[in-house]
Design a protein around this ligand. Structure first.
Ligand code: NI
Length: 155
């Protein structure tokens, strides 16, 4: 994406930084079970690494997806959030809701389903379905206190 960057020119203040970027986001939720367990480790080693998280348990996950871009003059949107919600539903929620993340989700196969790995895999699935450069961040809340995020930097 071509940007005018910090080059000073005679076109006025707007030309110094290019069009403003706006962020918009969508929050979705799902319930799922998981256990933190590396199949290459013994039960004792897993328990030492992951503590009680080695046991199968559930979370009420919250997923926050942020997209960033210029505001379209005609629609006033960066992106229609109903469309974003549809993509999240199709690419993520329908696969993970009321599932066991260790065994039931093909695109989580081979990874330990931590919040970090969930955010990474969800980022990859959403980025593939959204226009180039639009996706800014994917944050997965596992509890009220714990979250993990992928992306988040200015594009
Ligand atoms: Ni957990």
């Amino acid at each position: 994406m071509a940007r005018s960057g910090s080059a000073r020119d005679s076109r006025g203040p707007g030309a110094m930084t290019g069009p403003a970027t706006a962020l918009v986001g969508r929050r979705e939720s799902f319930n799922a079970a998981h256990q933190l367990r590396d199949p290459g480790l013994s039960d004792e080693e897993n328990r030492r690494r992951f503590g009680k998280c080695v046991n199968l348990h559930g979370h009420n996950y919250v997923l926050e997806v942020v997209v960033a871009g210029e505001i379209d003059r005609a629609s006033g949107y960066v992106m229609d959030l109903k469309q974003l919600s549809d993509v999240i539903g199709r690419q993520v929620i329908q696969d993970v809701d009321h599932r066991n993340l260790n065994t039931d989700v093909p695109w989580l196969c081979g990874c330990i389903p931590t919040a970090e790995n969930l955010a990474l895999r969800i980022w990859e699935r959403l980025r593939a379905e959204l226009p180039d450069g639009l996706l800014r961040s994917v944050r997965v809340w596992e509890t009220d206190k714990n979250w993990a995020e992928v992306g988040g930097h200015a594009g």
